[in-house]
Design a protein around this ligand. Sequence first.
Ligand code: NDP
Length: 335
Amino acid sequence: NQQILLDNRPVGEATASNFKLVTTDTPPLTAGQVLVRHHYLSLDPYMRGRMNESKSYAASQPLGEVMIGGTVGEVVESQNPKYAVGDKVVGMGGWQEYSVVNAEQPGALRKVDTTHVPLSHYLGAVGMPGVTAWYGLVKIIAPKAGETVVVSAATGAVGSALAALAKARGCRVVGIAGGPDKCKYAVEELGFDVCIDHREHGDLKSMSKALKEACPNGIDGYFENVGGYILDAVLLRANAFARVAVCGMIAGYDGQPLPLQNPALILVNRMKVEGFIVSEHMEVWPEALKELGMLVGTGKLRPRESIAQGIAAAPEAFLGLLKGKNFGKQLVKLI
Ligand code: NDP
């Protein structure tokens, strides 16, 4: 069983030398446990916070342990009557090829049906990132038909679910993404009305001008994934009583400061700004997964994936995710 451990903590930017690849044997199973062979490992921005000593929105991970991470795979051995060999499951198996899971623990494993939804999508659009998009849009932004919703990191795992969800609610939906290829895909494949390239509009003045053109009726809802000058630009274009779902601020995860230029605009525009962590809202998961599964099953949401091959490729793929090298949900294929 090849595993990737957190070997040492980053000083400034994370690097491949923070990780260590080791090989171990999987222990024999005891009652209630199953052995899962992972097909895909999910790489997610929150993992960067776990690498630090200090508290982020995710708890710090101890050194010398397998990096935490969502996985999908297949039960290959079972000492649990509720799980049979061949069952497809989602869990938190971590950066390794196999995991031994106490399947009696509530929430440790979830069986999934791959008839209409490919297994890998349970780590993306029909999994944690999809539910994240759903929660921020439906519960925080709560848009009315005809309103304009903007989302940053629009083609990523979370952002890419926003267009279909917001369109189903009758909104105009504007994406912000890095580069012409991502923007083209956002409009042509994901259903965004417009997509702004933040590489082309790399400062506040230029971004706020682009937002003015893309949002002729102003901005009613903003789904924040990035932070920095993009948030400043959105605040300048926000309508009275606009809502901001603060989901992530990836531009600051590798240690860069993200000052806000004019927080008084929150008052001037009487805005609601609310942060959230999707795992603290388990009550919405069934409803959200049902809608997301339906959107994927009917082809209204066609998520894209960036797939690295083999566990040894995980560190570089993860560092790439923090720099926007991924195009869609970042996964590592393990078999
Ligand atoms: P993505 O698949 O969107 O990948 C990250 C993307 O962020 C990159 O592809 C890149 O897109 C963009 N990005 C990276 N660095 C920068 C930067 N400096 N400036 C602008 N854009 C940047 O990741 P996810 O969809 O998994 O996550 C998106 C956000 O949601 C993250 O902030 C994450 O932390 C957050 N999140 C929060 C959760 C919660 O419960 N609150 C749960 C899950 C995710 P591009 O090339 O288009 O710029």
